[in-house]
Design a protein around this ligand. Structure first.
Ligand code: B12
Ligand SMILES: *[C@@H]1O[C@H](CO)[C@@H](O)[C@H](O)[C@H]1NC(C)=O
Length: 436
């Protein structure tokens, strides 16, 4: 054989090697860069909710705009450490919940901030106190449930862990118990998102070298079980749970060295496919996704050094149509019904006309402007977008563990919130007061 031919064969052989690891096929770098740029753009948009998770994603990326990241960090500090800045507008900022505080601490670690300062130590103490309160709730008042959720509880444990802080073993024990007894649910169904977040927390604790062998053994077992369950949760489409829980699920697989399993590249394919089709529009989900596409997980925050970073990310990268929604001139009809378990009749049931391309939130707004039965509703801003909290005067309260579930008639739970979901013509939406 001619030497050149041999060379060619060798090259072909290398190219044909199967992609065993959960790696991103090279051709997708433009797609990933667009996601990165979109998150950077969101961080500069003052009308967007400040979100430490967006900051974390920007920091975990290989490509940076260091100046813009620094500006965003400063804005986060102004909100989360109002004492540090003199005159924050309003001044009466609500205390962040466990999860937001945890995300903020993750952000500080991702910025390589020195925590051995007065403010730094105060923040760590505050998060420890939050977890203590959550733990008390689980043990005494909450019937095995924390104040917020096991998702936020896990975020709290993870955040302290990436800072190298030792966590009260009782706090860890409660999370281990919850895992054992399948307490990780989302509106009554098992939650892959929560499992993945708990798994990330366990994986961090396992590597921390701070706990006695018996506890470490229990933690290792939990890591195993959670990853096994997540692998089992893979659908034929390749997602783990639904597409929106898959970013965190793949983070866990990356963090636990499971990326060699065939499930991982399959999951990655599903994520890339959905990204290409523009299914990731929610800043929170986008921020959970970007690290995955760089082969990273939240565990990698623990070892970040913030040195020699590539400062080349530009806002003006050309990307296919971003979040701008074009409302059609065509009108569509959406049936809107409100159900409450204690009321034998539906509280409201009318058809609403909106321009095509409208969100469910637009439908609610239109319904509220129309008679004769007055539809009323209230929302609350969260890092995920506007959460529907009150309908027809009935408020969903955390204490009672009730929420306004969004359904497509008769009983398909929507996978998006009111601002992201766009109903089709003739679709029937039910707002149902449900337990979780
Ligand atoms: C816990 C949780 C819930 C709990 C929240 C109550 C509680 N006390 O914690 C309950 C069960 C009520 C809930 C409800 C819903 N959820 Co939910 N939820 C989560 C979960 C697991 C964690 C959220 C969290 O704590 N974040 C961390 C903290 C720090 O951020 P935060 O902003 O302070 O958190 C608040 C918001 O996230 C808000 N919230 C929770 N879910 C949703 C969903 C939407 C669309 C919005 C706007 C807000 C919101 O509740 C949190 C606590 O106050 C995420 C998983 C994930 N990957 O993020 C799914 C998740 C956000 N939920 C989701 C969905 C679809 C819903 C529902 C729309 C389901 C439905 N068909 O009704 C409803 C909301 C309906 C409404 N009224 O507007 C999806 C969103 C997907 C997307 N495309 O954006 C996720 C990603 C799960 C998934 N993989 O499908 N959820
Ligand atoms: C609302 O009304 C429509 C027709 O008017 C009916 O088909 C539908 O079953 C009603 N929905 C509920 C939830 O009662």
């Amino acid at each position: 054989m001619e030497p050149r031919m041999l060379q060619l064969l060798l090259v072909l052989h290398v190219l044909a090697l199967p992609v065993q690891l959960c790696e991103i096929p090279r051709g997708n770098s433009a797609l990933i860069k667009c996601l990165n740029t979109e998150l950077l753009r969101l961080s500069q948009d003052l009308s967007e909710e400040l979100n430490p998770s967006v900051y974390v994603a920007l920091r975990l990326s290989a490509d940076h705009s260091l100046e813009k990241e620094a500006q965003y960090l400063q804005r986060l500090k102004n909100v989360f450490q109002p004492s540090a800045s003199s005159s924050v507008a309003g001044g009466q900022q609500k205390q962040p919940n466990t999860g937001r505080l945890a995300l903020y601490l993750l952000a500080l670690r991702a910025a390589c901030q020195d925590m051995e300062t007065l403010v730094g130590r105060q923040l760590v103490t505050r998060l420890k106190y939050h977890l203590h309160k959550e733990k008390e709730q689980i043990a005494f008042k909450g019937n095995g449930r924390p104040i917020t959720s096991y998702y936020q509880y896990s975020l709290g444990v993870l955040a302290l862990c990436v800072h190298g802080k030792k966590i009260d073993t009782h706090v860890i024990q409660k999370l281990l118990n919850a895992e054992k007894h399948n307490k990780f649910t989302h509106g009554g169904k098992l939650s892959v998102d929560t499992k993945a977040m708990a798994g990330l927390a366990f994986a961090c604790l396992e590597q921390a070298n701070l706990y006695e062998p018996r506890l470490v053994a229990a933690i290792s077992l939990a890591v195993q079980r959670v990853t096994d369950r997540i692998l089992q949760a893979q659908t034929t489409k390749g997602t783990f749970g639904n597409i929106f829980s898959s970013p965190l699920a793949v983070q866990l697989l990356i963090a636990t060295g499971m990326s060699k399993k065939p499930e991982c590249p399959k999951g990655m394919d599903a994520l890339l496919g959905s990204l290409e089709q523009g299914h990731f529009q929610n800043p929170m989900i986008m921020s959970q996704l970007l690290p995955v596409l760089d082969g990273k997980s939240y565990l990698d925050i623990a070892t970040m050094e913030c040195r020699a970073e590539q400062d080349t990310l530009e806002l003006d990268t050309k990307c296919p149509g971003s979040r701008t929604v074009i409302l059609g001139t065509k009108m569509i009809t959406v049936q809107l019904a409100v159900e409450h378990p204690l009321s034998p009749e539906t509280l409201y049931n009318h058809s609403i006309q909106v321009p095509s391309g409208s969100s469910l939130q637009d439908v609610l707004r239109t319904a509220a402007e129309q008679g004769p039965d007055q539809f009323t509703y209230e929302t609350q801003n969260t890092l995920h977008g506007p959460l529907l909290t009150t309908v027809m005067g009935v408020k969903a309260s955390n204490g009672e563990r009730r929420y306004w579930q969004l359904l497509q008639a008769p009983d398909t739970s929507l996978q998006k919130g009111i601002s992201d979901y766009q109903p089709q013509d003739g679709e029937s939406i039910i707002l149902k007061f449900s337990p979780w």
